[in-house]
Design a binder for this molecule. Structure first.
Ligand SMILES: [Zn+2]
Length: 219
């Protein structure tokens, strides 16, 4: 059997946050980073955080602030194939926020087919699946993406909400009538994406939708 120490020698692993080499024995990120990374669980009524706009989801929870430590963590997870980080954030979410939510279903914000093909995975789906593993709550794909849209990043606040309407549709027939759904994404900024997903999930019959993201950009 190949031990972690031998693996470290053959193929050194770099910390997803600081980039330094470290031992796999230390876990998903290096020890100094783990000691510095502060969980900043944020739980709020979405309207309180995101403006007075009406939101379809009932609660917003974020694990971390999108700061200088969390940004490289998200980028590594999202764009550099560090898929094992799904377990790192899911374990943290499972230990700190999931138990009191009483969710019935975990689902993720979907990626467009072309984006998923290009990246090879949907980071939010990996996070959701891993959460399911740690919490015992079942994971179900509930939404699919319709075609292309313009990149939200370049848009102003209101345009993001308008641009995203009709972007998602139900994925197959999922019975979620009266259920509480935990909707998972990587980062929340304006909340437009989560809002549109929650709108569809409620239309499908869910009683409550809680949004959970790894990080939150303070806008
Ligand atoms: Zn580090």
């Amino acid at each position: 059997m190949i031990t972690n120490n031998l693996w470290d020698f053959i193929s050194p692993v770099n910390c997803a946050i600081c980039g330094n080499e470290y031992s796999r024995n230390d876990g998903f990120i290096c020890l100094p980073c783990r000691n510095k990374l502060k969980l900043a669980v944020y739980k709020a009524d979405p309207a309180e955080y995101l403006s007075k706009r009406y939101f379809y989801f009932d609660l917003l929870i974020s694990l971390y602030d999108y700061d200088n430590m969390v940004k490289p963590l998200i980028i590594s997870f999202k764009e550099r194939d560090r898929v094992e980080l799904a377990d790192f954030v899911a374990e943290s979410a499972s230990n700190n926020v999931i138990s009191d939510l009483n969710a019935d279903i975990i689902t993720a914000v979907p990626l467009s087919r072309s984006k998923k093909l290009a990246r090879g995975y949907n980071q939010s789906e990996l996070f959701a699946r891993s959460l399911s593993k740690y919490s015992g709550i079942r994971y179900l794909p509930m939404l699919a993406c319709r075609g292309k849209r313009e990149v939200q990043k370049k848009m102003n606040y209101s345009s993001r909400f308008l641009n995203i309407i009709g972007r998602y549709k139900p994925y197959k027939k999922v019975n979620c009538i009266g259920k509480t759904v935990l909707l998972v994404d990587d980062v929340v900024t304006t909340g437009a994406t989560l809002n549109e997903c929650a709108r569809i999930i409620k239309k499908m019959g869910a009683n409550a939708v809680f949004s959970l993201t790894i990080a939150r950009v303070n806008i």
